[in-house]
Design a protein. Structure first.
Length: 141
């Protein structure tokens, strides 16, 4: 169950950032919630930097690797942060917990949304995993 209150969100983010969050809790919706909270608190650029660093660190902490074929994916991360920043602009003014819930409602079950922005399989692209590739079909921001 994902956190809903400010206190629950703070605890969840602390566990993620300290790499103590159980691996099975790090779902797509958990990624969305975390990104939403970061964008709300820091803005897109700083939030993207923090998400990048935390995801890479967390992957290693739970036994994964960040390689050309697995782990952290730069284009997916940046694209999602741009989508979340755009959603935040549309919903302002809004509190962090409320925004996190709105982001999960909007994006939590839509893992394939990037297919609307890329004309290639961005998820399985080694190049896109290693560096930011701008969208080829429609702008993200």
């Amino acid at each position: 169950m994902l956190p809903r209150t400010e206190t629950e969100i703070d605890e969840f983010l602390l566990q993620f950032e300290s790499c103590t969050l159980a691996k099975e809790q790090w779902t797509h919706s958990a990624h969305v919630l975390t990104g939403a909270c970061y964008v709300h608190s820091m803005g897109e650029r700083e939030a993207t930097d923090k998400m990048r660093a935390c995801v890479q660190r967390y992957n290693v902490a739970v036994g994964g690797e960040n390689t050309e074929t697995s782990g952290y994916h730069e284009t997916i991360t940046v694209a999602w942060m741009k989508l979340l920043a755009r959603l935040l602009c549309e919903l302002q003014p809004i509190g962090r917990a409320e925004f996190a819930q709105a982001a999960i409602s909007q994006f939590g079950s839509n893992r394939r949304i990037l297919e609307s922005y890329y004309d290639f399989d961005v998820v399985n692209s080694t190049e896109a995993r290693m560096r930011w590739i701008p969208p080829t079909l429609a702008p993200l921001d």
